[in-house]
Design a protein around this ligand. Structure first.
Ligand SMILES: [Zn+2]
Length: 163
């Protein structure tokens, strides 16, 4: 038997002003994306602003449905839009924020496992690390570089790729 240990790394910032100007801007843009959240059931709004290498920003938000499983997280709304429309313009950074009137958010909201798996797929496809900024508007901000620092046991089987 062998014990293994995996370490992940991320940066924590106390407030928006500690980030570089590009990241600050993207965080503020993620707040703008909240307005189109369709979340009448959870009342939990999630906004995404995703910066592409060309400088274009993709906006997305969570889209719920009365048939609950038919809804989709903001991250996958952004990622699938990117995959369908801008696959040749690499994703540089995705800023994610959340807002609710039901309780106070004092920690960054992290992505669900399904969104991380989709993120992993596109990071591999574009062969370039994706930065994630988890922007908590009333607390710390976390910056995570690359999917390996969020989902070290991601599912990927190279033999499934047909050349
Ligand atoms: Zn998700």
């Amino acid at each position: 038997m062998t014990n293994h240990e995996i370490k992940i790394a991320f940066e924590e910032y106390d407030n928006l002003h500690e980030l570089n100007s590009s990241d600050q801007h993207l965080c503020l843009e993620s707040v703008k994306a909240l307005k189109n959240s369709h979340s009448p059931y959870s009342k939990f709004r999630v906004g995404v602003a995703m910066l592409l290498q060309s400088g274009k920003i993709i906006y997305a938000s969570n889209q719920e449905n009365v048939a609950y499983p038919s809804g989709l997280c903001a991250e996958r709304v952004a990622l699938f839009y990117w995959g369908a429309n801008h696959p040749d313009d690499p994703i540089v950074t995705m800023a994610i924020t959340a807002q609710t009137d039901e309780f106070e958010l004092i920690k960054p909201v992290t992505s669900c496992g399904s969104c991380l798996q989709v993120l992993a797929e596109y990071e591999k496809k574009q062969n370039q690390q994706i930065n994630i900024i988890l922007y908590c508007q009333q607390g710390p901000i976390w910056k995570i570089k690359g999917i390996q620092n969020q989902l070290p046991f991601l599912f990927f089987e190279d033999r499934l790729i047909t050349q």
